[in-house]
Design a protein around this ligand. Sequence first.
Ligand SMILES: NC(=O)c1ccc[n+]([C@@H]2O[C@H](COP(=O)([O-])OP(=O)(O)OC[C@H]3O[C@@H](n4cnc5c(N)ncnc54)[C@H](OP(=O)(O)O)[C@@H]3O)[C@@H](O)[C@H]2O)c1
Length: 234
Amino acid sequence: MKDRHILITGSSSGIGRATAQKLLEAGAVVYGIARNHEKFQPDTKRYKPLTIDVTDLKALPGQLSDLLATQPEIDGLISNAGYGSFEGFENFSPEKIFSYINDNLTSHLVVTRCLLPHFKTKNRGDVIFIGSEAALEGGKRGSLYCATKFGLRGFSQSIRQESANKNIRVTLINPGMVRTSFFDDLNFQPGDDDENAIEPTDIADIIINILSMRSGTVVDEINLTPQKKVITFD
Ligand SMILES: NC(=O)c1ccc[n+]([C@@H]2O[C@H](COP(=O)([O-])OP(=O)(O)OC[C@H]3O[C@@H](n4cnc5c(N)ncnc54)[C@H](OP(=O)(O)O)[C@@H]3O)[C@@H](O)[C@H]2O)c1
């Protein structure tokens, strides 16, 4: 990973943070996007924190364009930032539907739109989306979350085909419940046993493996689940 320069959205916590840590341990340079970097301040100059709100879609293209102008070495994107919102569908106002899709789907598309031309110019690049098991099957109270994750899956399949001839590899990772701060504002969480949740470091290990694959092979999609699915409610 020593010659890799990877941009991670949502690097301050959970899956993004674990991935940033593993990439830094492996020698990569990591550009980490979050709104608040207090929670994660690794002691290395190879970590470059960027205070950006990916849901500010007006400012985002300019912010990423400035970044690529000064850091043209960037050759990978982990598009990860997001949050959950789970209710019966009629509890979501039209405004909430609009803003949620903006935050959890459109932001991934806009970040990718900014990075892809750069990767195509380099004739190299890895794009890894953090999807979810909710990209594969709908469920009660999951309508909005599933809508964005199904959308992300179709998007990743499409740009994989569009970008393959420029040596860009596009992967979607679909985890079941991962033990992170994702559940802090929700009224449920995985059970307490180790087997009830995936650890964020498990996803980080998979990402390192994907990035280390021989060029010429693409990991399209990976699904993973806790060994024993247990959900507890507050
Ligand atoms: N945990 C699970 O069970 C699970 C399962 C499947 C998929 N996922 C997916 O995994 C991804 C990461 O979730 P996680 O579990 O790691 O949650 P997390 O621990 O809450 O981390 C979310 C990260 O995203 C950042 N973020 C959120 N909104 C942002 C914004 N508007 N602009 C910039 N950064 C933002 C947060 O930093 P700041 O708050 O500082 O901005 C934080 O670094 C999400 O896409 C989620 O849907 C999670």
